[in-house]
Design a binder for this molecule. Structure first.
Ligand code: TUI
Length: 311
C-alpha cells in the first residue's frame, strides 16, 4: 500500500496544488471525489472566507480534503486558527516555514504537508513533525524556488524518511513514473487542474493554458526576491521591463496587485497574472477532474515495459 494513500485515506497518490483563486471548494471537492486529495487554497483570502469554503467543500464531498495556507498572506495566523477549528484532513503550506503551527495542527489530528523548495527546509520540517513533504521544483507555477524537480526530488527523498510528494512539471502519467523513479511516493499537480470542468476560473484563463507552448511560462520577480512563474503576456513583459530598468520595489509590486483576480475572475489575459507551470504546454483539453486523475495512473505498466525494453 502506498504510504501517502494510507496517510491521507485516498485512492490515488495525487494531491491537487493549492492555487490561489483557482483552488476553490468546487475544485477541491471534485479532486477528492475523483480519488485524490483536493485542496482549498487560502491564498490571500481572509479567514472567514476560508471557513465558508471548508464548509462548502464538506457539502460537496464526504472524502478527505485539505487546505493550502499561503504563509506570506497577512491573514495566515487567522486562517490557521480557523483551519484548526474546522479540522480538514490535511493542511499544506507554501511560501514560508510553517514550523510554529505544526504542534497545534497535529494536536487537532490534521496531517501537515509543507511545500518545500530545498533539502534544508525538508529536513527541518521532518524534525518538526511534518507527515510528508511536497518537494516543488522550479517548473511549477506561481511562487517558486530555484531547483528543478529532477534534482530536488531525489535529494529530498535521500534526506528524509517521511513520504516525499513530487511537484512541478508533472503533466501526465510519464511524469508520475519519473517522479516515483526519483524516490517520490506521490505527486502534486496544479496546472493540469486549471483545465478541468470543475475549476471555476474564467474560460479565457483555461484557453491561455491550453494555447501555451514550451517557453510561455516565464519567471518574473527574481529581483524582488519573490520569483513567480506565469504565462507570458503584457503584465509579465511590463514586469520584466521595470525589473530591467531597476524600478523601485514598490513600483514593481504595485503592478502585480489584483493580477490573479483579473486573470481568474475577469478573464483579462493581457494584464492578469496567469500563474501556471511549465507543464501548461502539455495541457491540451478541459476534462472532468476524475478523468484527469485516472489518466495519470492508467496503463502505468506500459511505460514500465517500454523502459525495461530499452535499458
Ligand atoms: O507557495 C507556492 N506557490 C505560490 S504562493 C503564491 S501567492 C504569491 N503571489 C505572489 C508572490 C508571492 C506569492 C503563488 N504561488 N509554492 C510553494 C513554495 N514554497 N514554493 C517555494 C516555497 C518556499 C520558498 C521559501 C517555501 C519556503 C521558503 O522558505 C522558508 C524559510 O523560511 O526557509
Amino acid at each position: 500500500m502506498n504510504r501517502l494513500c494510507e496517510l491521507l485515506g485516498i485512492k490515488y497518490p495525487i494531491i491537487q496544488g493549492g492555487m490561489a483563486w483557482v483552488a476553490t471548494a468546487e475544485l477541491a471537492a471534485a479532486v477528492s471525489n475523483g480519488g485524490g486529495l483536493g485542496l482549498i487554497a487560502a491564498g490571500g483570502a481572509p479567514a472567514d472566507v476560508v471557513r465558508e469554503q471548508i464548509q462548502k467543500c464538506r457539502k460537496l464531498t464526504d472524502k478527505p480534503f485539505g487546505v493550502n495556507v499561503m504563509l506570506m498572506s497577512p491573514f495566515a495566523d487567522e486562517v490557521m486558527r480557523v483551519v484548526i477549528e474546522e479540522k480538514p484532513a490535511a493542511v499544506a503550506t507554501g511560501a514560508g516555514n510553517p514550523g510554529k503551527y505544526i504542534p497545534e495542527l497535529k494536536a487537532a489530528g490534521i496531517k501537515v504537508l509543507p511545500v518545500i523548495a530545498s533539502v534544508a527546509l525538508a529536513k527541518r520540517m521532518e524534525k518538526m513533525g511534518a507527515d510528508a513533504v511536497i518537494a516543488e521544483g522550479t517548473e511549477a507555477g506561481g511562487h517558486i524556488g530555484e531547483i528543478t524537480t529532477m534534482c530536488l526530488t531525489p535529494q529530498v527523498a535521500d534526506a528524509v524518511s517521511v513520504p516525499v510528494v513530487c511537484a512541478g512539471g508533472i503533466a501526465d502519467r510519464r511524469g508520475v513514473v519519473a517522479a516515483f523513479a526519483l524516490g517520490a511516493e506521490g505527486i502534486q499537480v496544479g496546472t493540469r487542474f486549471i483545465c478541468s470542468d470543475e475549476c471555476i476560473a474564467h474560460d479565457n484563463y483555461k484557453q491561455a493554458v491550453i494555447k501555451a507552448k514550451d517557453r510561455d511560462a516565464v519567471v518574473t520577480g527574481r529581483s524582488t526576491g519573490a520569483p513567480v512563474r506565469a504565462l507570458k503576456n503584457k503584465l509579465t513583459n511590463e514586469y520584466a521591463r521595470l525589473e530591467k530598468e531597476g524600478a523601485s520595489f514598490e513600483e514593481i509590486e504595485q503592478l502585480g496587485v489584483g493580477g490573479l483576480r483579473r486573470a481568474f475572475l475577469d478573464g483579462d489575459t493581457a494584464t492578469g497574472s496567469l500563474m501556471a507551470g511549465q507543464s501548461a504546454a502539455m495541457v491540451n483539453e478541459i476534462l472532468p477532474c476524475a478523468e484527469i486523475i485516472e489518466s495519470y495512473f492508467r496503463d502505468i505498466d506500459d511505460i514500465i515495459d517500454t523502459i525495461k525494453e530499452n535499458i
